[in-house]
Design a binder for this molecule. Structure first.
Ligand code: CTP
Ligand code: MG
Length: 387
């Protein structure tokens, strides 16, 4: 939509962060979702909103990339360089607003998939007289207060909590005065404006307006922008190898094997479960086991198949997939699967929410590391189907 010559509304899109937690090889807003970057997707929502002056705040050196991302949409796009903190980047955007602007929306570029309805709800609340308004969603997880040692010190009543999203909308004079008065760094504009003594109201946010912060968030967003016509069943492959030499008893294919030598690994070394996870994630286009269960996730250290597989099912569901079936083959001299094959199929199937799992086992005629009983290899294929 072509903006009017004297827009009352401006949208400042803050895209100047480096994206250290995502670590995506470029500043976060310039990491690709499909054939287009995160910034381009977030600008879709911005430009679908009612006519506005749009300011994009980017890292030094990314001005041309931002103009290209905004290109072809017509109208009034201003690209400026941001600051060291988000708050400084917002201030850099405010500095170039046109005189006619009365309302300012500040939007994280990292929220690539914010529906236009959220923009409209925020704008409506401003037009009805609210000086400050943010979209918020209920908190679904049970929340605990923890100390520096990771010990829970208190439960927090979830019913009085909400997660703040963007675009956050303000009367221009209110936001400008709060930025000038700021004596501390705030992680969002609502906190800044609240610190300046203003009431901030909420409107409904949207689950798809999540902020892309870490690699799993990026995979989720990529799954959501995949064209719907591509949502036909998909297959994936995964393999894994673990060597004998771990502590305790063997865990393999979701079963404990008393008397058998353990496999080594960050978790329990269950190569069968890990191959299945890789096959499922590959089928759904959600990356691989390292994306979601890296060594930076202490909760999966020592975890068994059930934890890996049930979390994988959740990741799939969040991206619109369920497990069709899984077939996995173990290559190992030990343990002997014949007597427990069906039991392992049942355990793996239960962990996958009931989807059929076939387990087969073979030796390698004395050849290779499996033939020398140095370790176990597993090969899985999986089918996922749209929910
Ligand atoms: N942002 C910004 N200027 C900064 C820091 C952040 O414009 N100095 C923007 C980011 O580009 C992002 C939004 O503020 O769109 C939310 O910040 P966050 O998700 O924390 O992004 P990054 O700071 O890039 O990521 P990280 O904290 O992982 O480095
Ligand atoms: Mg940050």
């Amino acid at each position: 939509m072509t903006p009017s010559p004297s827009p009352r509304l401006a949208v400042i899109v803050v895209a100047a962060g480096s994206g250290t937690r995502l670590n995506g090889g470029a500043p976060k807003a310039f990491v690709a979702l499909d054939d287009r970057a995160i910034l381009e997707h977030s600008l879709d929502g911005v430009f679908a909103a009612p006519s506005a002056h749009v300011v994009v705040v980017v890292p030094d050196g990314y001005e041309d990339a931002a103009r290209t991302a905004a290109g072809g949409r017509g109208g009034r796009v201003h690209v400026v360089v941001g600051g060291r903190t988000r708050q400084e980047s917002v201030a850099a955007g405010l500095a170039v607003l046109e005189p006619s602007v009365e309302f300012v929306l500040v939007h994280d570029a990292a929220r690539a998939l914010t529906p236009v309805a959220v923009f409209e709800r925020v704008i409506d609340a401003l037009e009805q007289g609210a000086p400050a308004v943010i979209p918020a969603v209920p908190v679904v997880d049970t929340i605990k207060r923890v100390d520096d040692d990771g010990i829970i010190v208190a439960a927090v009543d979830r019913s009085e909590l909400a997660a703040a999203q963007t675009p956050q909308g303000f009367r221009r004079d209110v936001l400008e005065a709060a930025v000038v008065a700021a004596d501390a760094d705030h992680t969002d504009d609502a906190a800044l404006v609240a610190a300046a003594g203003h009431t901030v109201v909420t409107v409904a946010g949207d689950a798809n307006s999540f902020k892309i912060t870490t690699a799993p968030d990026l995979e989720r967003a990529r799954g959501l922008v995949a064209p719907r016509h591509a949502m036909i069943p998909r297959i994936g492959i995964g393999t894994d190898v673990h060597g004998f030499g771990g502590e305790g008893t063997l865990w393999l294919a979701g079963l404990e094997w008393p008397g058998e030598q353990a496999l080594s690994g960050h978790s329990d070394g269950d190569a069968v479960a890990h191959a299945i996870v890789d096959a499922l994630l590959a089928a759904a286009g959600l990356g691989d086991i390292g994306t979601h269960f890296g060594t930076d996730r202490p909760e999966f250290s020592g975890a068994h198949a059930e934890a890996f597989l049930s979390h994988t099912v959740e990741l799939l569901a969040a991206a619109g997939w369920r497990v069709g079936n899984v077939s996995v083959q173990v290559q190992a001299n030990r343990p002997r699967f014949a007597a427990r094959r069906v039991e392992s199929e049942r355990a793996l199937s239960a962990a996958l929410g009931g989807a059929p799992v076939s387990v087969s086992a073979t030796t390698t005629d004395g050849l290779g590391f499996t033939g020398r009983t140095e370790g176990v290899a597993a090969f899985a294929t999986a089918l996922v189907v749209p929910l």
